[in-house]
Ligand binder design. Structure first.
Ligand code: AMP
Ligand code: MN
Ligand code: MN
Ligand code: MN
Length: 275
């Protein structure tokens, strides 16, 4: 196979808006040869996509964007090519669904205290099949007229460090890497931008990080150059993708454009075969 691939996408199983089938159709329309559905803390979208696999000439890589909270900061670790039946991973993902539910209750309570009254059922409704993520709460805040856009909800209320922010459970990056590796997959630091200092990055590499997401819409040329050089220096995989959610600014522009060559998929497979 050849062509371009997108290794970072979301469906309505997390905070994206498309079904897995709609996402595959979209991938086909822009000519992608492989895609990874990397919903937050779930592989349900990937599993559903497999049911439609035969209709498309597109390789579907098992993926997941794991939420990590470590030393008071949030990091996202992308896992690829895990065994989707690995029990310990499925237990983690199941528990994390509950973590997200409890956290949404905490955020709702904080919003209540600030005078922003939301009905919890409305938030559940927004989440639908997904486990609850902040964009669902943002959307409920827009519907109630408290803010004009989801972005405003983040900036004013629920973004990191804002008055109604509440962290997810502590799940250190080291544990995510080890879980992904034990599930037979590779662990990649998602969109590091300027959010990771060098000692922390080196600690992650020492813990077995397999790669860095070098190509991401939030990365400027300097980020790309810098993480490319780190990846080369430490023999790390260099992945990328659009982080398509379907309802964000620039999603349509980035999808099909923020891609990496198919050879990265081969490298991921080679890497997992080495374990
Ligand atoms: P959660 O995983 O529940 O903490 O929600 C995080 C998700 O919220 C991210 O994956 C983004 O999709 C979205 N998000 C985070 N920050 C912002 C922001 N400033 N504006 C809009 N969406 C955001
Ligand atoms: Mn998201
Ligand atoms: Mn992310
Ligand atoms: Mn993402």
């Amino acid at each position: 196979m050849s062509g371009r691939v997108d290794l970072h996408t979301h469906t309505f199983y997390s905070d994206g808006v498309l079904s897995p089938l709609q996402l595959l159709e979209k991938a086909k329309s822009v000519g992608l040869s492989a895609i990874s559905i990397t919903d937050h803390d779930t592989i349900d979208g990937y599993l559903e996509a497999l049911n439609h696999k035969s209709k498309f000439d597109i390789e579907i890589i098992c993926g997941c964007e794991f939420s990590c909270y470590d030393d008071g900061r949030e990091y996202h670790i992308l896992g690829y090519a895990m065994d989707p039946t690995y029990k310990t991973m499925l237990e983690h993902l199941h528990n994390f669904r509950n973590v997200r539910y409890d956290r949404a209750k905490q955020i709702k309570k904080k919003l209540d205290n600030l005078g922003y009254k939301l009905n919890f059922d409305k938030i559940l409704d927004k989440a639908g099949k997904a486990s609850i993520a902040r964009p669902h709460i943002a959307s409920a805040l827009v519907d109630e007229g408290y803010v004009e856009t989801p972005r405003q909800a983040f900036e004013k209320l629920i973004g990191d460090g804002c008055p109604a922010y509440h962290p997810k459970a502590v799940f250190p990056v080291e544990k995510a890497i080890s879980l992904i590796n034990k599930a037979g997959g590779v662990a990649i630091l998602a969109h590091p931008r300027n959010t990771v200092d060098q000692p922390t990055l080196y600690k992650m590499i020492q813990s077995g990080l397999d790669g860095i997401e070098v190509h991401h819409p939030s990365h400027n040329q300097n980020h790309r150059k810098f993480y490319h050089s780190i990846a080369s220096q430490y023999w790390l995989l260099e992945t990328g993708g659009s982080d398509f959610h379907g309802n964000r600014d620039f999603d349509e522009i980035n999808f099909g454009k923020e891609t990496v060559p198919f050879s990265i998929v081969e490298s991921i497979k080679y890497h997992t075969g080495l374990r």
